[in-house]
Design a protein around this ligand. Sequence first.
Ligand SMILES: *[C@@H]1O[C@H](CO)[C@@H](O)[C@H](O)[C@H]1NC(C)=O
Ligand SMILES: *[C@@H]1O[C@H](CO)[C@@H](O)[C@H](O)[C@H]1NC(C)=O
Ligand SMILES: *[C@@H]1O[C@H](CO)[C@@H](O)[C@H](O)[C@H]1NC(C)=O
Ligand SMILES: *[C@@H]1O[C@H](CO)[C@@H](O)[C@H](O)[C@H]1NC(C)=O
Ligand SMILES: *[C@@H]1O[C@H](CO)[C@@H](O)[C@H](O)[C@H]1NC(C)=O
Length: 788
Amino acid sequence: MATYLQCFWGLSLTLSLYFIQSTATPHVYIVYLGVSHIHDPILTSKYHHQLLSNVFASEEDAKQSILYSYKHSFSGFSAKLNSTQATSLAKMEGVISVFRSKTLQLHTTRSWDFLGLTLDSKVTPWQLAFGDDIVVGVFDTGIWPESESFQEGPRMRPIPPNWKGECVKGERFDPAKDCNRKLIGARYYLKGFEYDYGPLSKSGNPEYRSPRDFLGHGTHTASTAVGSIVKNASFFGLGQGIARGGAPRARLAVYKICWGKKFVGKCSEADILAAFDDALHDGVHVISASFGESPPFRPFFESKAAIGSFHAMQLGITVVFSAGNNDNDEPDPSLVQNVQPWSISVAASSIDRMFPTQILLDNTLSTMDLMGESFITTEVKGKLADSRIYFQDGICDRDYYNTTLNKSAAGKVVLCFSTIGSELSGEAVAAVKMANGLGLIFAAPMTMQIPYVEIIPTVLVNIEQGSKLKDYLAQSPRFPAVQIKPTKTIIGKTPAPTVATFSSRGPSSRTPDILKPDVSAPGVNILAAWPTDTSPTLSPSDKRSVKWNFQSGTSMSCPHVSGAVALIKSAHPNWSPSAIRSALMTTAYTRDTTFDSILAGGSMKVSDPFDIGAGHIDPFKAMDPGLVYDMKTSDYILFLCNMGYTQENIEKIVLPSAGLETCCPKVHKTNTNINYPSITVSNLESTMTIKRTVRNVGQNRNAIYFANIVKPNGVEVVIWPRILFFSWFNEENSYYVTLKPRKKSQGRYDFGEIVWSDGFHHVRSPLVVLVNTTTVDYSDSITQASTI
Ligand SMILES: *[C@@H]1O[C@H](CO)[C@@H](O)[C@H](O)[C@H]1NC(C)=O
Ligand SMILES: *[C@@H]1O[C@H](CO)[C@@H](O)[C@H](O)[C@H]1NC(C)=O
Ligand SMILES: *[C@@H]1O[C@H](CO)[C@@H](O)[C@H](O)[C@H]1NC(C)=O
Ligand SMILES: *[C@@H]1O[C@H](CO)[C@@H](O)[C@H](O)[C@H]1NC(C)=O
Ligand SMILES: *[C@@H]1O[C@H](CO)[C@@H](O)[C@H](O)[C@H]1NC(C)=O
């Protein structure tokens, strides 16, 4: 403790100037000032105007330039500034950071034809027992209030009296009609978007200047998190069952911050921060945010996600983010997003449902019969044709369309291979559609197969089946007749879950000592609510209207965790966001439905913590985790100190209630000792001892927990004590883990685990270690007592 209180007044890292490029054209900048010390929004706003007047000729000009004044939950503003003004502001007293408002993307796996996922149809009694005191804030593309998912239940209690949020009026959105005891808040934020992309009315997109959802993404994620129970939901009969959110009784508050631009959701940081400022003040308990930025990742406090979620954490609000999607064929390491340790980052995995679709062929000499996957709702009949007929070298891409030949593919189902050219079915669909094709059979490696709802009938087959089809085509005297039967829904697919190919992987490039993603949740072919005025593919030529749609992405796995958090929060109102995350992480599983290790899509090899974090969530077990690894604001402060943030800046972002032990130790250490529920050592050069503290939250006052260790390869692990005795509720006990490298290695990660068990609870932490040695010390085993 003594060293902890010795303040470190180092030279200020001028982080705030990093992202200001010299340019005369004004951009939207966010000026972040930390915790608001004036507890009056009007005065705070005035202060913002004054500060801004310093870089303008007149106060009037300053007022004109401001987009938002963030004044409820933290202090800051966004304004149109040139680089000279931004630089001047960054140097001013009280300013923590000045950064350009970036545009973020939604985390569905593809852009213009969004994807799909489905809920299983069981409703458990405990889902019905909890949640009506919890408000989940969904930061997304808005809401389709008419969906049955957002109707209030027959006995829904009045809106909690401490709720300060509201429903705002707007285009096709009437609070009196559209809001109810379920949908209790609806706001929208547009200034940042309109600055970047021009007036909404001229964006060439159908959109609503209101909380109403056009893109469908927000309706889908909100219904996954908190949707009311709706019977007989399906996509034209596919995936039929009961639709419901994770916490069907919880309340919903919508913050529309992403808007359609060419059918892609764009989310401006200036708008996102305004939503955080309001949501924290409104009284949400959980925030579900399915968006993120692509690399390079910026320092904390130069991104909305880190700032907004840090303030949320201080107020006891859990922020759940998606881990991000890789749009490539292969999952690459280090692309995981939203990695700040005070929020949750969610990977995506498959569920045990499949959509088999039969393909029948006849070339008059022989017939062929095979199975693919799709969402085909009416039978397709035509002729099968090789992609070579329409595309240069057979590459199914619009740029390779053979315009010399310019044959129409009318009446033809085109066979395309992912391995030639474009890996994504989206481009092939667009290309075949342009060639006026009737349908598409897309051959892709089995591990990457995710069927999507498409504008033309599209069936996925594996490479082996695709090759057989190609042979069959070569042997056929003319185009064979092809018949594609309507898709069926089958439950019980194995292996399941598997980590989705598109799900972004760790390690975290910003915080190598913190494991990210934290957990995985369903994110493949999720069926959830959809606006009936938006087609399921978003394509204007798609005339279908649906109440439910399939989508895939970490965007879809994120609200599964948000729903689970709402249930846990309702059952355990006093648990901090860190305790709730701990419950989800330590009870997560790493075995699939056949009790084998969960596989990682893409490679189909056994998944590791960089794919799946602590594992796949088990919300039921997370309600009773036995022990939790809790963290307070002061722990996160230490984390920031270790990251190199200055004492001065950290103090500005911490609420006075945090106790203000905001003192950075003199020597910056790694963050391995932060009381995170997973243990990551990104550079083990010599023997090292790590401390963790657990709290007894089980149903028994008296509890005895025994440690079980799986050692990472080449690492000696000693845990002390090996037994933890608890004799009262909420008692805390610490233990120490000593790690000693036992091999010569640089730059490879190995994985193990620590499990504390009382026979009933199994409190599991992944142990991730990178040994970095040039010599090996084979001396006697570790004497932990001396190292502590
Ligand atoms: C930035 O704006 C200020 C105030 O309008 C102006 O005085 C200054 O010349 C501008 N700087 C640049 C580089 O354009
Ligand atoms: C369930 O939905 C399907 C497809 O929308 C419909 O055909 C069927 O009649 C519905 N069944 C009931 C019992 O409502
Ligand atoms: C287009 O097809 C014609 C006829 O088969 C062929 O001669 C030509 O080389 C093709 N063009 C390209 C760019 O592949
Ligand atoms: C194909 O030819 C038709 C008629 O000449 C033309 O309208 C169309 O734009 C062409 N398509 C492409 C992709 O070149
Ligand atoms: C391994 O240790 C060396 C020397 O301390 C260091 O330069 C290097 O960055 C380390 N490698 C990794 C992967 O951390």
